[in-house]
Unconditional design. Structure first.
Length: 703
C-alpha cells in the first residue's frame, strides 16, 4: 500500500506539470479506483505524447517499450497478411489502453497501431510501469480482470469490430428541447446507419423527471421507472440487463443523486462499457451542471451544447461555453465541441456573427423551431412515448443531415461549370427533390456555384427555374451585360451581381440549409480556392468570372477567376470533407456533343439553302439575317476565348468525374454557351439526364 511517507520521501514535485497529468489520469477508467496519492505517484512516472493523423504508434514486431492509454483521438489495431492486405482487429478509443500484453510477457508487439485522427496518449515506460505495479499491486489485479473481461466479451460477442461514437447532449436551460433533440438524433443515427444505437437519459433523482410531463410540446414520457446510476457503477454487467431493447434505438433511463461525490469517478467506465456494445451512444444530460454532468461531457467524443437565442440566455451561457472550451482545447479536440442555437418563432434570431461575438466560439448550426402542427408522428413502445416532427420539417432535415455526417454516410453533390449549360442543373435538382435523395454537401464551380448556392440556401428547383425564366427573352439577357473597356474582360459583372443580390440578399455561408463550397481560382498564384465563409454573392461572383469574358475579382492581393479554370467539376472538394459517396453533374460538352452539333448545323444550313425567295420570302430573309449574325458572332474573339476555355475544362471535368460514384451528363447538342434564353429546354434536358441515372443514384443511396 502506498503511503504519504513513501510518496514524499526525498521528492521535490513539479506541481504544474504533475497536476495536469493527475487530471488526465482521473479520466481513465483503469485508474478510477486509485486514491489521490496513488494517482500522483503514477502522474510523476507518465508522460503525454501526441500523434497526428495517419502516424504510427508502433509496428508489429517492435519491442514492448511502454504502456499506452488513449486520452483523445482514435487508433486502429490491425494485421497485414503476406500479400500486404490489412485486416482490422480492433478500434482503440478514449479511455482504452494497449501494449500491456507485450509489456507483461516481454514479447514483441503482435499488431500495428495507427492513428486515425489526431490523438493524445498517456505513455508510461516499461521500467516505470513495473515500478507502479510493485507499489500499487491492486492495479495489476484490476488490469488482469479488465483483460479477462475484454477477452470474454470478444468470445461471446457476435458483432464485427466497430468504432463507437459517444455523443453527449446538454443544455443549461429548461424548455430548450435538448431531450427532444437528443432522441431525434439517436433515431436518425439508427435510420441512416442501421447500426446499434442506445439513447441514455440521465436525470437528477431529487427533481421531478422532466420527461414525464406529456402535456409539454414534444415531450418524452417514460413508462418504466429509472435505474439508479449507483447500482450500475457497482455492477457494470447489470447495464446489459436494464437496457430496454426496442428493435431500433435501445433505451436506458437512469437517475442519480448529484450529492454523491463518487459517481463522477465512475462515469468514464460506465460510458466505456456502453461503447463496447454500441456504435452510437447518445447521452441526454440534465439541465443543471454538476461534476457528473461535466465529467460526462468531457468523456464523450462529441459534446452538443444547445442554447437559446435571447440575449439573456446567451449571457448566462458564456461561463458554460468557456468551461467547455477549456475542456476541449487539446490536440484533435476542436471539432468535438459543437454549439447549436434553438430558434424561436417569437424571437428574432441573432446573426451568426453576433452569436459568435457574444459566445467567443463558433456556432455550429441554428436548429429551427418545431410548431405544434408539425408534430405529426408518434413513436410509442412499451418503454417510451414521444411525439416526433414530420420528416418534411426543417428541424427533421437538419437532424437527419447531422446524423448522416456523424455516421459517415454523407452524399456529396458536385455541380460543374459551363456557362448557360448550367441551367440544365436545375432539372437535375428537380429530380433529386422529387425522389427525396438526401444531399449533405454541395460543391459548385462557376454556374454550378450559382445554382448550387441558391439550392443550398433553401430555394427549390422550381423557384430557381422561375428566376432563370426571367431571361427567356434575348433582350432581357442584355440587362446582365455591363460592357466595359476590354482590358481584362468584356463585361464588368456588376449586372450579374446586382441580379444575384436581389435574389439572395446578403446571406452568409452559415445560413445555408446544406453546407456549401464554392470553387474559384487565383490566377496569380495558380491556386484553387475553396470558399466556405463570408458573403455568398461575393463568392459566386468570384467563381463565375470566365476568363476574357467577365472581369476577374481583385481581393486581398488575389485575382480570382472562374473556378472551372482549375476544377470544373469539384468532386475532390466533396471527397476532402470525408463524404463517402458523390453524385457529379458534368455540363461540359463532350467531343461527341460537338460532333453532333456540327452535323445538325450542317443539316440546318442545307435545309435553309434550299429555301427560295419566290416560294417563302419571309423565311428566306430571316434565314439570311440569322446566317449573317451567326458568322459575325462565331468569328468574335470573345466567343473563341470562351469556347477554348470550355474545351479545356471538359478534359479536367472528365478526369474529375472518374472519382465520382455517379456522373450525370445532360445532352447539350444545339445549345451554345451564351443561350440563357433556352432555359426551359435546358431544364428539361437536365431532368431527362438525371432520370436516366436514377437507378444508379438510388442504388448508391440505399446500399
Amino acid at each position: 500500500m502506498l503511503t504519504s511517507g513513501d510518496y514524499f520521501k526525498g521528492k521535490r514535485m513539479n506541481w504544474s506539470n504533475t497536476y495536469t497529468r493527475f487530471q488526465l489520469l482521473k479520466q481513465v477508467p483503469i485508474f478510477a479506483s486509485c486514491n489521490w496519492l496513488e494517482l500522483y505517484f503514477i502522474a510523476e512516472r507518465m508522460e503525454t505524447v501526441s500523434f497526428k493523423k495517419n502516424e504510427t504508434v508502433y509496428r508489429k514486431g517492435d519491442p514492448a517499450d511502454a504502456f499506452y492509454c488513449v486520452i483523445s483521438g482514435r487508433l486502429l489495431a490491425y494485421n497485414c497478411d503476406t500479400h500486404g492486405r490489412r485486416h482490422d482487429v480492433d478500434y482503440i478509443y478514449r479511455g482504452m489502453y494497449f501494449g500491456i500484453v507485450s509489456l507483461l510477457t516481454g514479447e514483441a508487439h503482435s499488431l500495428n497501431f495507427d492513428v486515425l485522427n489526431d490523438a493524445v496518449l498517456i505513455r508510461i515506460e516499461k521500467n516505470k510501469f513495473n515500478e507502479i505495479l510493485k507499489r500499487i499491486p491492486r492495479l495489476g489485479l484490476e488490469i488482469s480482470y479488465s483483460l479477462s473481461r475484454r477477452l470474454k466479451k470478444q468470445q461471446r460477442r457476435e458483432k464485427n469490430i466497430f468504432e463507437s461514437t459517444i455523443i453527449a447532449v446538454y443544455s443549461p436551460f429548461h424548455r430548450i428541447g435538448s431531450s427532444f433533440y437528443a432522441f431525434n438524433l439517436a433515431q436518425q443515427l439508427y435510420r441512416e446507419s442501421r447500426r446499434k444505437v442506445v439513447f441514455v437519459h440521465l436525470f437528477k433523482a431529487s427533481e421531478q423527471d422532466p420527461l414525464g410531463d406529456e402535456k409539454k410540446k414534444s415531450a418524452l414520457a417514460w413508462k418504466r421507472p429509472a435505474v439508479d446510476f449507483s447500482v450500475l457503477t457497482q455492477n457494470t454487467t447489470a447495464v446489459d440487463e436494464v437496457i430496454s431493447k426496442t428493435g431500433e434505438v435501445d433505451l436506458l433511463h437512469v437517475c442519480f443523486e448529484s450529492g454523491d461525490k463518487d459517481l463522477s469517478s465512475h462515469i468514464s467506465h460506465f460510458v466505456s462499457t456502453l461503447a463496447h456494445d454500441y456504435h452510437y451512444i447518445v447521452l441526454d444530460l440534465p439541465n443543471h451542471a454538476d461534476s457528473l454532468v461535466f465529467k460526462t461531457l468531457t468523456q464523450s467524443d462529441e459534446c452538443h451544447l444547445l442554447l437559446g437565442s435571447s440575449s439573456q440566455e446567451l449571457e448566462l451561457a458564456k461561463p458554460v461555453v468557456q468551461q467547455l472550451k477549456d475542456a476541449f482545447s487539446g490536440p484533435g479536440e476542436k471539432n468535438r465541441f459543437k454549439i447549436f442555437i434553438r430558434e424561436r418563432p417569437e424571437e428574432r434570431s441573432p446573426t451568426f456573427h453576433d452569436l459568435e461575438k457574444t459566445l467567443a466560439h463558433t456556432v455550429y448550426a441554428k436548429l429551427s423551431d418545431v410548431a405544434a402542427c408539425d408534430l405529426l408522428a408518434r413513436y410509442s413502445c412499451e418503454y417510451l412515448d414521444i411525439v416526433l416532427p414530420s420528416v418534411d420539417t426543417v428541424f427533421a432535415q437538419q437532424v437527419r443531415r447531422l446524423a448522416r455526417e456523424i455516421s459517415k454516410v454523407q452524399i456529396g453533390l458536385a455541380l460543374g461549370g459551363g456557362a448557360a449549360f448550367g441551367l440544365s442543373l436545375i432539372g437535375v435538382l428537380r429530380v433529386l427533390e422529387k425522389e427525396k435523395i438526401p444531399v449533405d454537401v454541395v460543391a459548385g464551380s462557376s454556374i454550378g456555384a450559382l445554382i448550387g448556392g441558391m439550392w443550398a440556401l433553401g430555394f427549390s428547383a422550381d423557384e430557381i427555374a422561375d428566376f432563370a425564366r426571367e431571361f427567356r427573352s434575348k433582350l432581357r439577357c442584355l440587362t446582365l451585360l455591363d460592357i466595359v473597356f476590354p482590358r481584362s474582360g468584356l463585361i464588368g459583372g456588376r449586372g450579374i451581381k446586382r441580379w444575384l443580390r436581389g435574389k439572395i440578399g446578403s446571406k452568409d455561408f452559415q445560413e445555408t440549409r446544406i453546407p456549401l463550397k464554392v470553387v474559384a481560382f487565383d490566377i496569380l498564384r495558380h491556386e484553387e480556392i475553396v470558399i466556405d465563409q463570408g458573403d455568398i454573392v461575393d463568392a459566386i461572383r468570384q467563381s463565375i468570372s470566365i476568363p476574357g469574358f467577365m472581369c476577374p475579382v481583385r481581393r486581398q492581393g488575389r485575382v480570382m477567376i472562374d473556378g472551372g479554370m482549375a476544377n470544373p467539376l469539384p468532386v475532390n472538394v466533396c471527397l476532402s470533407l470525408g463524404v463517402s459517396k458523390v453524385i457529379a453533374v458534368n455540363i461540359m460538352k463532350s467531343p461527341d456533343d460537338v460532333a453532333r452539333d456540327m452535323e445538325a448545323l450542317k443539316k440546318e444550313q442545307e435545309d435553309e439553302n434550299r429555301v427560295r425567295f419566290t416560294s417563302a420570302p419571309g423565311r428566306f430573309i430571316k434565314g439570311k439575317i440569322a446566317s449573317f449574325f451567326q458568322r459575325l458572332w462565331s468569328a468574335n474573339i470573345f466567343d473563341l476565348i470562351v469556347k477554348n476555355f470550355l474545351s479545356m475544362c471538359y478534359v479536367l471535368a472528365e478526369q474529375s468525374g472518374q472519382h465520382a460514384d455517379v456522373v450525370v451528363h445532360p445532352d447539350l447538342t444545339r445549345v451554345d454557351w451564351y443561350e440563357l434564353y433556352k432555359v426551359d429546354e435546358l431544364i428539361d434536358r437536365g431532368e431527362k439526364a438525371a432520370q436516366a441515372r436514377l437507378e444508379e443514384i438510388r442504388e448508391l443511396i440505399y446500399h
